[in-house]
Design a protein. Structure first.
Length: 158
C-alpha cells in the first residue's frame, strides 16, 4: 500500500511533466518551418527565413541576436489506412483554426512522426497530435551548421 501511495504522490507532484515531449535539430526546425506559414504571430521575414531553412539554405541572413518563436495551441494531423490518399491537418492558434490537406498535411504528419510524437488511431484513421507546441529557432546557431539552433517542446495528444 505504501508503494502505491508513493507512486501516486510522485505522479501528482510532477503534474504530468513526464508526458511532455522535446525534440531538437532537424525535426524541430522542420516542425517550426511547416507550422510557421499558418501562424498570425510570426512576421513575414521570419516565415521567409524558416522557408529558406526548409530548402537547405542555412546561411540565410537574419538580424543578429534575434530568435524566432513558433507556437501553436494544438496540431492534429490525420491520415487514413483505408483511403490511402487522405491526409489532413488542423492547427489551432488561440481562437483561430487552420485546416489543410494534401502534400503539406502529409509533410507535417511525417514530421510529427520524426519528432517522436506517439500515434493514435480510430476507425480507419491514424492521428498524430500535440498540444502546447513551442519551438525556438536561433538563426545564429542554425547558420553555424553544427546541428543546433532548433528545439521544440510539446504535450503529446490533442
Amino acid at each position: 500500500m505504501k508503494a502505491i501511495s508513493f507512486i501516486a504522490l510522485a505522479l501528482l507532484l510532477t503534474g504530468g511533466a513526464a508526458d511532455a515531449g522535446e525534440v531538437s535539430g532537424n525535426a524541430a526546425l522542420a516542425l517550426a518551418a511547416l507550422i510557421a506559414p499558418h501562424s498570425q504571430h510570426i512576421t513575414a521575414s521570419e516565415k521567409a527565413l524558416l522557408a529558406k531553412y526548409l530548402e537547405g539554405q542555412a546561411k540565410a541572413t537574419f538580424p543578429a541576436g534575434k530568435k524566432i518563436s513558433v507556437d501553436a495551441d494544438a496540431v492534429t494531423c490525420r491520415i487514413s489506412d483505408v483511403n490511402i490518399t487522405e491526409h489532413s491537418c488542423e492547427l489551432t492558434f488561440g481562437a483561430k483554426k487552420v485546416s489543410f490537406a494534401g502534400g503539406k498535411a502529409q509533410a507535417l504528419y511525417a514530421t510529427l512522426v520524426e519528432a517522436g510524437v506517439p500515434s493514435d488511431g480510430a476507425a480507419g484513421s491514424i492521428l498524430e497530435g500535440v498540444s502546447r507546441l513551442g519551438c525556438t529557432i536561433s538563426p545564429e546557431d542554425v547558420r553555424q551548421e553544427s546541428g543546433g539552433g532548433a528545439s521544440c517542446t510539446y504535450n503529446p495528444g490533442r
